[in-house]
Design a protein around this ligand. Structure first.
Ligand code: UD1
Length: 340
């Protein structure tokens, strides 16, 4: 059976990808230090899939621990999710982000090389593109590297590292997946996003306001050059995103070199549109107020997903209503102690 190692596999996107990989017939091994996730996610993946992944509580930067994983399993490919991901924290503590995100990747690549594993899929981000001019939908040929924060720069640097490794080693495959804005949760309500403390991202903030945990949403800026003045993003359901990894993996098994793909829907939604869609999908009201712009926000960030559609044969199927409904179901289950 083909075995895939998921670093950071108990996290938000990793756990949904584990479920889709098991459904597609892959053997899943997870390595995660649980710094931003919990071990019971492994049981929930098993509950959904009927199959429990192997789990190693390790720091991926620790090569001795990683070698134990590669010695215990024949790893055919790696999907590398492990990394710190808070933009604001990365601005406050840049060294923590450079050390952690780069170290984990370098250790992983060295151990993969030692064990002859030559396929890696990397969790990159649309943040590598920087600012869009005239509502241009980003495509993979657009310039990258002009990031506004250390978190984004680690993504961009890791993209460069993987591209160099692919050039140096003919048999090596790296696939860089540039995620737009993942939201939603598995429809079982058993796995989803579990932000630490007060959320930074829009959807977890909305669901916590809906649940009465937070009093009011602040809309960061209503004077942008967009139809309703609020920022536009390409929100993608996490299950669609997870399926994009399965498609990328199948591509990686028959190609070498470095492949880059946007994973987005191609549809833009403003902050106000998202609030109203959430209210309508769930029959709730979200109290909000217009606040100052947030530093570093760009007015428009939407994917041109045609490359992934054409070459990977993958397309996002779920719409904003699915995203709002599934996010809310997960939030409600989070408050249920039997799930936590
Ligand atoms: C953010 C990160 C991005 C990262 C992504 C991970 C920044 C500047 N960018 O993207 O690098 O890859 O998360 O998911 O942090 N908003 C509000 N009120 C809120 C929260 C958000 O109005 O309380 C607005 C934001 O201003 C933005 C939109 O909602 O216009 C989406 O914000 P968010 O969910 O944080 O995602 P991004 O900023 O697109």
């Amino acid at each position: 059976m083909t075995t895939i190692l998921l670093t950071g596999g108990t996290g938000y996107i990793g756990s949904h990808t584990a479920v889709e990989l098991i459904a597609a017939g892959y053997e899943v091994v997870i390595a995660d230090d649980l710094s931003n996730s919990s071990k019971n996610v492994v049981d929930r993946i098993a509950q959904i899939s009927g199959k429990k992944p192997s789990f190693y509580e390790i720091d991926v930067a620790d090569k001795d621990d990683l070698r134990k994983v590669f010695s215990s399993h024949h790893i055919d490919a790696v999907i590398h999710f492990a990394g710190f991901k808070s933009v604001s924290e990365s601005v406050r503590e840049p060294l923590k982000y450079y050390r952690n995100n780069l170290d984990a990747t370098l250790s992983l690549l060295e151990v993969m090389k030692a064990y002859g594993c030559e396929k890696i899929i990397f969790s990159s981000s649309a943040t590598v593109y920087g600012v869009s001019v005239d509502s241009h939908k980003f495509n993979e040929e657009d310039e990258t590297g002009n990031c506004s924060n250390p978190y984004g720069r680690t993504k961009s640097m890791i993209e460069d590292i993987l591209s160099d490794v692919s050039k140096a080693d003919e048999g090596f495959t790296s696939i860089l997946l540039r995620y737009f804005n993942p939201v939603g949760a598995h429809e079982s309500g058993l796995i989803g996003e579990e932000p630490n403390g007060i959320p930074n991202n829009l959807m977890p903030f909305i669901t916590q306001v809906a649940a009465g945990i937070l009093p009011k949403l602040k809309v960061f800026g209503s004077d942008y050059d967009t139809p309703d003045g609020t920022c536009i993003r390409d929100y993608i359901h996490v299950v669609d995103l997870a399926r994009g990894h399965v498609a990328a993996l199948e591509y990686a098994f028959v190609h070498t070199g470095c492949g880059i793909f946007n994973l987005g829907t191609g549809k833009g939604t403003s902050v106000l549109e998202m609030i109203h869609a959430f209210e309508e999908a769930n029959g709730l009201r979200i109290p909000y107020e217009i606040a100052e712009r947030r530093a570093g926000d760009v007015p428009f960030c939407v994917a041109d997903p045609s490359k992934a559609n054409d070459i990977l044969g993958w397309k996002a199927d779920k719409d904003i209503v699915d995203m709002c409904r599934d996010s809310w179901r997960w939030q409600q289950n989070c408050r249920n102690e039997s799930i936590k």
